[in-house]
Design a protein around this ligand. Structure first.
Ligand code: ZN
Length: 202
């Protein structure tokens, strides 16, 4: 079975991909990991992608598509996280992979905002925590807790809006094909994993 995971940044999509992959014996493939692996192994496509990144440019669709194509070769079922991002990429994907299910993690913006703006990490050891847990210093080492620069309301709102704008055509594309599964991403990580698992088993 081949699965695509869609969901806004901060929805826990990456974590869920890994959990579901383990549970169902699938290979989790995130575009980030694909890029890192190919760059580290100095493959032709990796070197090409790196040249764009080094210039501060976006990696062209064709390069990304070919990297994904190489990565799914020889696998027996994958979960794609971070690809496709556009309908053009989705159409390219159709030519080399049979997509069985597309999981769309539906998250309410308010909940997402609360979760992300409340994140803190230790300046010293990097341990993550959340203001809702009530710590005033790092629970691991007592270090000072800081907020990441991109965890502000402004940045999160911008990322979410951009994501929705980019993803709605994809959601529509897969809805029409009839393989979109909408999951209300509410509750604990384990509860959401269970919901996705049930939907995929159907
Ligand atoms: Zn610490």
């Amino acid at each position: 079975m081949n699965v695509i995971m869609l969901g806004p940044p901060g929805s826990g999509k990456g974590t869920q991909s890994v959990f579901i992959a383990r549970k169902m014996g699938l290979t989790p493939l995130s575009t980030g990991a694909i890029f890192r692996k190919n760059i580290a192994e100095k493959t032709e496509l990796g070197k090409l992608a790196e040249s764009y990144i080094a210039d501060g440019k976006l990696v062209p669709d064709e390069v990304t598509v070919n990297l994904v194509k190489d990565s799914v070769k020889g696998t027996d079922g994958v979960i794609l996280d971070g690809f496709p991002r556009t309908v053009a990429q989705a159409e390219a994907l159709e030519t080399f992979l049979k997509v069985d299910k597309v999981v769309y993690l539906d998250v309410e913006f308010d909940a997402l905002l609360k979760r992300l703006t409340g994140r803190r990490e230790c300046r010293k050891c990097g341990a993550p925590t959340h203001i809702s847990l009530g710590f005033t210093s790092c629970p691991q080492c007592g270090g000072e807790l800081i907020q990441r620069a991109d965890d502000t309301e402004e940045v999160i709102t911008k990322r979410f809006t951009e994501y929705e704008k980019a993803t709605s055509p994809l959601v529509e594309f897969y809805s029409k094909k009839g393989n979109l599964v909408r999951i209300e991403a509410k509750g604990s990580i384990e509860e959401i994993t269970e919901k996705i698992f049930e939907a995929l088993e159907k």
